[in-house]
Design a protein around this ligand. Structure first.
Ligand code: SF4
Ligand code: SF4
Length: 272
């Protein structure tokens, strides 16, 4: 899926992405001497306006050399290859915090089911280490990939975005049929107690009372007992410029508290 409101657009390509924060760049004529340009092994950087680099994203492989050369931290690479052991070692650093808070590990988006083998292995290793596990997913995955992952999930948070398959496709790039198929199956392997179905509430996209009511009634009819409404936010907005992407929902504002209150009234099994 490529939801219009995605707040982690850097994860959509499934490979490391080079980000550029233009406000930090002093320009190649400054003290840095344009260090980033000379270290790129594939000539993915060239000079643009104001002496600042332009990234050719077809050429860039996210090697990170330019990020090390830049003295202003204007370049960064997000995403890296890690083994299961490396992930768990990172998680273990916060174990004292989990002990106090009763927390654990949450795999979120991007979409963890894109790497379903890796996701399964991390969750299994977390259970072996007696860590609570949660999975946040769009639910857009083949059931034969999804089901094995669920074995080691203590809390499943699965999104549902629109009741109408055609509108769902306009909003996310995909029909809702696979998500609905998976929603129908989830309760054959998980207790409703351990599943929260999350509705993102996106003004002008899916936030009508009718749509939220229809989605809630459908989900409740399947036997789920917990729905969470997630109001639209703009936290991912600045990333679009950093990663050279256009923001599809420019001008969209968070839903008002009164509208959220109205929506909460039509959801019979609300947890938040
Ligand atoms: S991340 Fe590597 S390939 Fe990409 S622009 Fe920087 S140096 Fe070049
Ligand atoms: S990105 Fe960094 S190294 Fe490159 S021109 Fe800007 S400040 Fe200089």
């Amino acid at each position: 899926m490529h939801c219009l409101w995605c707040s982690n657009p850097e994860s959509q390509q499934h490979i490391p992405q080079l980000g550029f924060i233009a406000s930090r760049c002093v320009g190649a004529g400054g003290d840095c001497g344009g260090a980033c340009l000379s270290v790129c092994p594939v000539a993915a950087l060239s000079l643009g306006t104001q002496d600042k680099p332009i990234i050719d994203r077809q050429l860039c492989d996210g090697c990170g050399r330019c990020t090390q050369a830049c003295p202003e931290d204007a370049l960064n690479v997000v995403g890296r290859d890690m083994s299961v052991d490396e992930v768990i070692a990172e998680v273990e650093k916060d174990r004292p915090f989990y002990r106090r808070s009763g927390g654990g590990i949450t795999l979120g988006g991007g979409e963890p089911l894109v790497q379903h083998h890796f996701t399964s292995a991390i969750l299994a290793a977390a259970h072996e280490a007696y860590l609570h596990t949660a999975l946040e997913t769009s639910g857009f995955a083949a059931w034969e990939h999804f089901e094995p992952v669920l074995e080691h999930v203590d809390l499943l948070q699965i999104d549902f975005k629109h009741i109408d398959p055609l509108i769902h496709r306009e909003l996310t790039g995909q029909s809702n049929e696979l998500v609905i198929d998976n929603l129908r199956r989830v309760l054959s392997v998980k207790s409703p107690r351990d599943v929260v179905v999350r509705f993102p509430v996106i003004p002008g996209c899916n936030d009508s009372v009718d749509n939220i009511k229809d989605m809630a009634e459908f989900v409740a009819g399947l036997g789920f007992t917990q729905i969470e409404l997630i109001p639209y936010h703009k936290m991912g907005l600045s990333k679009y410029a950093q990663y050279g992407m256009d923001y599809p929902l420019a001008g969209c504002e968070s839903p008002s508290e009164s509208h959220m209150a109205r929506l909460r009234e039509v959801v019979p099994i609300l947890v938040k």
